[in-house]
Design a protein around this ligand. Sequence first.
Ligand code: ATP
Ligand code: LTN
Length: 337
Amino acid sequence: MDNKEKQVIFSGIQPSGSLHLGNYLGAIKNWVSLADEYNCYYCIVDMHSITVRQEPAELRKRALMQLAQYVACGLDPKENTLFIQSHVHEHAELGWVLNCYTMFGELSRMTQFKDKSAKHAENINGGLFTYPTLMAADILLYQTDKVPVGEDQKQHVELSRDIAIRFNNLYGETFKVPDPFIPKVGARIMGLSDPKSKMSKSDPQGCVFLMDSPDEISRKFKRAVTDSDSENCVRFAPDEKPGVANLMNIYSSVTGKSFEEIEKEFAGKGYGVFKPAVGEAVIETLRPIREEAERILSDKAYLQSIYTEGAQKASNTARKTLRKVYKKLGFVEKPQL
Ligand code: ATP
Ligand code: LTN
């Protein structure tokens, strides 16, 4: 099918930390399977990440690393549009326009704003507050149909819908109204040191990073919290045994085995055998990704060609949407400069 006939998918991840197994199994792995059916845009949203303070050299390194990892995870840059947000200036421009069509009350209700302003009480800046209007711009610029995100981002996608509908009502059909697209499988990988909260970079001990060495991964899985039941038996019971269920979920995601098959495989073997086996399976899944990401990262010219081509493709679409918006707003047509 021609890209023009396909529905559009847009998603993004902030380069505010290293990608981890939760990001891979919960997001990127699903993105890979969408390329045939959809016209996909995957963005490294560096402008969003400066809503909290970043170390400049680190931010630059992480954005490039994230791009190398997208490709190493299987996102083919010829099939998908992979780009860096700050390279396509239409995001900032449409973001400003949408600020003027979003209410203070709406932004005040966003739970991520409430969480982040509690966490960064010393730096509750305007960008943190208007973060969702920039995200709406990301999505609406590409006439996006579906936005694959985790549960936590659903509220932001719903606000993007409201803004699109409001603008269309005022000025006539301008934006496609997007839908959130929440994956069913692998959706929530929990932390290895606390299976009650999601795997997150803020708990490095319970978090497996894509670039961790095999030794580190092995150590993290051996220390994974299993459950203090006397049963010592691999059985899927998420309420009773959340630690074991999480490890089974991870093992199932990386091997494709069902919970039933996993229970059979480890019958009579106990956690002492199960935990290192999950570790090994994850090591073998991440090994080619890590090696490929390192190779791509060291090939600066290739990396540059990917983000250049990505920004060109993205800006071709973004430019058209922004031109339409400026015209509808009554801005004087921009002269050739
Ligand atoms: P962290 O808590 O580590 O900062 P995050 O939620 O900020 O994680 P994002 O950068 O927002 O991570 O996430 C990028 C994508 O990865 C989102 O689609 C999110 O839903 C997904 N994701 C993040 N953590 C997990 C997880 N533990 N399990 C499944 N998916 C996850
Ligand atoms: N807010 C998202 C990242 C993000 C995004 C987007 C996701 C920014 N722009 C557009 C989907 C579509 C997050 O924090 N995970």
